[in-house]
Ligand binder design. Structure first.
Ligand code: 3HC
Length: 699
């Protein structure tokens, strides 16, 4: 680090340090882990800037941070209470009004309020690997401390609208091109910021403050184009559209008026249901899979990962492991199957190259770390094996016996089963404590959810190893206990059953799908089933059917569709009829006839259901099953259910997950809806005790 002079560091407030280097005061935020702008940080910065205002010995101020990143934004944990002064907009205004020239030294990520502070400086320098962004919409809000208006004046309307409505982060070359930063460095950001500041001072060409720059109103056709793009992407989320409206409205206002309007909208949205839901998920995602009883448990060392089964799921798992830096061995049973596995990997590599995520050198390097084989004995050195074979207990137990014979005794053995009893699988090996479930979702290299299934005998360090692997793969791990379908597929079953009952009783598949897409799901339950293939659900239902109480009403339609040869999109007919070249399905008189015949046989008089009724029944089914899962201790927290449904099943993120949504709308409302299900469908639809208690406690 090239410093020519410095004075000893002084501390204004705990999270802020000031040192003088080369005649420039470096004000550093020190608030791990991400230097969020908590009240203490804001106060410390206000104190620092007011102290330095009168310091005639300095030539300028560099705003910097210590640790792993520049300031990553306002402290989200403070959003549930009224903000305490000093407020972020006041701090930002103070930075901009500093009598000394200022520069921000950005590294890691400068996000939200962090970028807003940087934009208030006269200069911004960023490291080449840093990223900047205004991700507020991802929290259901808009930038609340002038970030939108300064970005508008630096980068123009279109770029700012894109940044603010998408919340995406941009890298250094794009940030430079957009004018959000003035310089990119591959060296130390503080040194570079000091040098840049001094250089501009020496040549008397320090850029104007962003707020003083001229902004021109956007063309109407540009606004119209952005509006339709944003509407298509935001699907029920209000913040992106409100941000765009505001940007359009404020582009013709003075900076002060515009910033005041931004702040008003920030405060309004912050209190709204969507922002609360998104905050809930932000925190849940970061605390998931950290049970107290594992706090001091060391995971086993995992370097080499084996996958048994190179089908769609197994290849996706192997590919995800490869991308995350593991050595990978994939076992298939014969040469033909192995060839298909090789083709799947090639397709995955090709897809990544096409999307610009990988280049050919990267692919060749990755390929050096994967072995495709027919021999179980090639798994001898693996530290973890994930079985991703056919969903059949006997098949899985045979594989586990073979793993027991071929692997080191300390290697962790996992099954990717989505329904089966992990404890029964574990009984196939000598030491069941090394067995757990690692349930990936398809496509395994894309979907972020991973259910980590803790068997009755799973050792704590084996569970900790599963969690460590999930984190290394960038997944969101949710620990579940053993039950048929674990958390997600169990709730899915309840959801699909009620969806089918609604159709038997008079709704059309389109009515049901439309109600759920209006609620915010990307697809309705029937369109999803057609896409996945009806026979998978059919096989499952037959397997589960054996244990279903005959006194319970059972859905009939799926069986009838499959038995009449309707398998979904794969043969162009399922709940819907599909035509070449069309993305969605159309209603099919053949399906209608099957539905009507089934209803007639059951003696059902069919009636129409309003969209709201459909939505409420389906949500009640999900929440009641979630409540049962909680009361049985299958998962520990309501937020676990939320994460599973949001990340694995398309539950709209801005609703926070079924349990959060139910709580937000009052558990008593859901309890009343479950009573409707019970009256309509009878045995098996009693309200869960957990839900009854939650309703009682919330009144
Ligand atoms: N406030 C409080 N805590 C935060 C935080 C924030 N803004 N951002 C991250 N954290 C915490 C996380 O909860 C986590 O805590 P933990 O270690 O106790 O679990 C820790 O920091 C590390 O976070 P990640 O696990 O996410 O670490 P990564 O390295 O994967 O990612 C990150 C770092 C890219 C900074 C990511 O955390 C992130 O995107 N944070 C949110 C940034 C953001 O949304 N900023 C805008 C806030 S709103 C705002 O500024 C309003 C303003 O306009 C008025």
């Amino acid at each position: 680090m090239a410093t020519t002079s410095s004075t000893p560091g002084s501390t204004i407030d705990a999270p802020i340090q000031i040192e003088t280097r080369d005649g420039v005061a470096v004000v550093s935020v020190d608030n791990p882990p991400v230097n969020a702008l908590s009240r203490a940080v804001r106060q410390g910065l206000v104190d620092a800037f007011s102290t330095l205002a009168d310091d005639a010995t300095i030539d300028g101020i560099v705003l910097a941070a210590t640790g792993r990143t520049f300031m990553a934004g306002a402290d989200i944990r403070e959003f549930n209470t009224q903000p305490k002064p000093p407020l972020l907009p006041d701090l930002v205004a103070m930075i901009e009004a500093s009598p000394h020239p200022t520069a921000a030294a950005i590294f890691g990520t400068a996000l939200g309020g962090g970028l807003e502070c940087a934009l208030a400086c006269r200069l911004r320098v960023m490291t080449d690997d840093a990223r900047v962004g205004l991700p507020e919409v991802k929290l259901g809000i808009v930038p609340g401390a002038g970030g939108t208006q300064r970005a508008l004046r630096l980068a123009g309307f279109e770029a700012t609208a894109d940044l603010v409505t998408s919340g995406r982060m941009v890298g250094s070359s794009e940030a430079l091109e957009l004018g959000l930063v003035d310089q990119v460095t591959d060296g130390d950001p503080v040194d570079a910021a000091i040098a840049a500041l001094k250089g501009h001072l020496a040549s008397a060409n320090l850029p104007e403050s962003a707020s003083n720059r001229i902004v021109s109103a956007p063309a109407q056709d540009l606004v119209a184009r952005l509006r339709s793009k944003t509407a298509a992407k935001s699907r029920g989320q209000i913040a992106p559209m409100r941000a765009l409206d505001l940007l359009e409205e404020t582009a013709s206002l003075s900076f002060e008026e515009a910033v005041a309007k931004d702040r008003d909208l920030f405060l309004e949205l912050r209190e709204g249901n969507q922002a609360k839901a998104l905050r809930h998920l932000f925190m849940a995602e970061r605390t998931a899979g950290r049970p107290d009883d594992l706090a001091n448990v060391e995971p086993r060392q995992i370097k080499q990962v084996g996958v048994v089964g190179g089908g769609l799921m197994g290849s996706g798992i192997g590919y995800a492991a490869l991308l995350s830096g593991y050595e990978v061995v994939v076992v298939e049973q014969d040469a033909n199957a192995l060839e298909r596995t090789r083709e799947r990997f090639e397709a995955l590599f090709e897809g990544a190259i096409k999307r610009g995520r990988l280049n050919k050198t990267g692919r060749d390097r990755l390929m050096d770390h994967i072995v495709l084989t027919n021999n179980m004995s090639d798994l001898a050195e693996t530290d973890l094996v994930i079985e991703a074979a056919f969903e059949d207990m006997d098949v899985k137990r045979d594989i586990f016996k073979a793993l027991d014979a071929n692997l080191r005794p300390e290697a962790v053995l996992a099954s990717n089963t989505s329904y089966l009893d992990i404890d029964m699988i574990a009984q196939a090996v000598h030491d069941p404590s090394r067995v757990l479930g690692l349930h990936f979702f398809s496509p395994a290299h894309v979907m972020r959810l991973m259910e980590i299934v803790r068997g009755a005998d799973t050792a704590p360090d084996v569970l900790a190893s599963g969690l460590a692997v999930a984190r290394k793969l960038g997944k969101i791990p949710v620990i579940t206990g053993v039950c048929d379908g674990f958390c997600g597929n169990r709730i899915l079953k309840a959801y699909r059953t009620v969806a089918e009952f609604l159709v038997e009783d008079g709704a059309s598949p389109q009515d049901v799908d439309a109600a759920m897409t209006t609620f915010g799901f990307p697809m309705g339950p029937f369109a999803v089933q057609d896409m996945a293939g009806l026979e998978i659900a059919y096989a499952n239902r037959r397997r589960q059917g054996e244990s279903t109480d005959p006194a319970e009403r059972r859905p009939q339609l799926l069986e009838r569709l499959v038995e009449s040869g309707r398998l979904g999109q794969k043969n162009q007919k399922g709940w819907y009829r599909y035509q070449d070249g069309e993305r969605g399905g159309r209603s099919d008189p053949e399906t209608d006839a099957i539905i009507q015949a089934a209803a007639a046989e059951e003696g059902i008089t069919r009636t129409r259901f309003a969209s709201e009724e459909i939505e409420r029944r389906l949500l009640a089914a999900m929440v009641n099953e979630g409540a049962r899962i909680l009361q049985e201790g299958i998962v520990a927290h309501p937020s676990d259910v939320d994460l599973v449904m949001v990340h694995g099943y398309g539950f709209p993120r801005h609703r926070g997950g079924p349990m959060f949504f139910a709580e937000q709308n009052g558990f008593e409302r859901t309890l009343a809806d479950v009573a409707v299900l019970h009256r309509a469908y009878g045995k098996g639809w009693e309200p869960a005790d957990w839900l009854t208690d939650a309703a009682k406690n919330s009144t």
